[in-house]
Design a binder for this molecule. Structure first.
Ligand code: ZN
Ligand code: ZN
Length: 437
């Protein structure tokens, strides 16, 4: 890790003068930032429980002179630095870990275990790298405070809870993020990336991450003896037909030029060989980019479930119940296209063309989307920062090996590279947006 960090620092030396200054400032912060990272990594907290993590961010921002408000939308924090007239820029980090037992075998690995609300005992890990997000957030807060002479405007730095449950951004907005605090003209964030080398920056103009919906279907039938199917309405057969028919939604009803996913991830029914059950339960994840495609998929799922039930002769009072879980909906992330291109061109001048690369959109979800969707005039951008140690990336490519993804118990980013790159990139963009005229 140490050697790789030296590698990134060496890259910084090759940069133009202005960026070198900022890179140098980041480098000075790294030992202290890495101490914060190690602490956060060893002490991850699940969604809605990010009390200790939020406390660390709040204390750091307070020391720097930010006006800090805690418990915004649950465990969220808002740190505001007012510095004269000018634009309002929002910089966001999410704070939650995942119910994953870390298996990286690294010295600083998380050993935290908790019992969830559902009574399941589990390890907890920053398997999505939100610890790198929080650490870089502290880095940006420090550099912006140290460089107050260079900018004018209002900086709103937020620590957001419960991204993994698709809830935190919504809860912060509902708790008055844009009414109790200055409303931004620009919203910025980054996410660590498990698919490309450490220290690279990826950007995606337009749709970058998908609409994510969770749908439950309760398929009802008429139960009975397995030897006398003629006296029953078998919900397993019906649910199987529904699963089959759902495959035609994307392949036959959505334009091949649009992106969509309908995955049935869970199918549960029955208790014994010779009993026909009276219910089957399906759980689906549904992904799309545009609102039109999303509406078509959700309407189509309800239509197919009902249509197959009618075909199976299910009585009217036992039609399938289709529930779209509104609380777990994450809207698609749309990076304002011209703004994204502008920022990418700017980052290339500091980091070089090789380190700033355009990435295709993905079907994962990110509730950072909500900060931009709240008001169409807000220019919004989330960039990827590569986290795969270069040697590991090269070896995996050579051997044709798949790298661990985000959420994997084996995900071990090159944290110094991610944190230093993200701190510098986010600070550079924020300074650019608020530069003194
Ligand atoms: Zn995640
Ligand atoms: Zn994440």
């Amino acid at each position: 890790m140490r050697i790789l960090w030296t590698g990134v620092a060496a890259l910084a030396l090759a940069m133009p003068a202005t960026a070198q200054t900022l890179g140098g400032e980041v480098e000075k912060q790294m030992p202290s930032l890495m101490a914060i990272y190690k602490d956060l990594h060893a002490n991850p907290e699940l969604s809605f429980m990010e009390v200790r993590s939020a406390g660390i961010l709040a204390a750091e921002a307070r020391k720097l002179g930010y006006k800090v408000t805690e418990k915004v939308g649950g465990t969220g924090i808002v740190a505001v630095l007012e510095n004269g007239p000018g634009p309002v820029v929002l910089v966001r980090a999410d704070m939650d870990g995942l119910p994953v037992t870390e298996q990286t075998g690294l010295a600083g690995a998380s050993k935290v275990r908790v019992t969830t609300k559902e009574g399941v005992e589990t390890g907890v890990m920053h398997a999505c790298g939100h610890d790198t997000h929080m650490t870089a957030w502290v880095g940006v807060a420090r550099l912006m405070a140290a460089n107050k002479a260079k900018w004018s405007g209002t900086l709103v730095m937020i620590g957001q809870p419960a991204e993994e449950r698709g809830a935190g951004a919504r809860m912060m907005l509902a708790d008055g993020l844009y009414t109790r605090f200055p409303k931004p003209q620009y919203a910025l964030a980054f996410h660590d990336a498990a698919q490309f080398p450490a220290g690279k920056i990826g950007y995606t103009p337009g749709y970058a991450l998908a609409n994510v919906d969770s749908v439950d279907i309760s398929v009802k039938g008429v139960g009975g003896h397995g030897a006398y199917p003629q006296t029953t309405k078998d919900p397993i057969v019906l649910a199987s037909r529904i699963v089959g028919a759902l495959q035609t939604l994307v392949s036959r009803e959505i334009s091949p030029l649009d992106s969509a996913v309908v995955t049935v991830g869970s199918f549960h029914a029955g208790a014994k060989h010779n009993i026909i059950s009276d219910e089957a339960k399906l759980q689906l994840t549904v992904r799309s980019y545009s609102d039109e495609v999303r509406d078509h998929l959700l309407d189509g799922i309800a239509r197919i479930a009902k249509g197959e039930a009618i075909a199976a002769g299910i009585p009217d009072d036992k039609m399938p119940v289709v529930t779209v879980n509104k609380d777990e909906y994450t809207p698609s992330t749309f990076n304002t296209p011209e703004f994204t291109e502008e920022m990418a061109a700017f980052l290339k001048t500091s980091f070089g063309d090789d380190r700033v690369v355009q990435m295709p959109p993905v079907m994962g979800g990110e509730d950072f989307s909500r900060f931009g969707r709240e008001d169409k005039s807000i220019k919004s951008l989330i960039v990827w920062v590569g986290g795969v140690p270069q040697a590991e990336y090269d070896a995996a490519k050579k051997e044709g090996r798949t790298l661990p993804s985000l959420h994997s118990p084996f995900w071990a980013p090159d944290a110094p590279a991610v944190i230093s790159t993200a701190t510098e990139a986010l600070t550079a963009m924020t300074l650019k947006l608020m530069a003194k005229k």
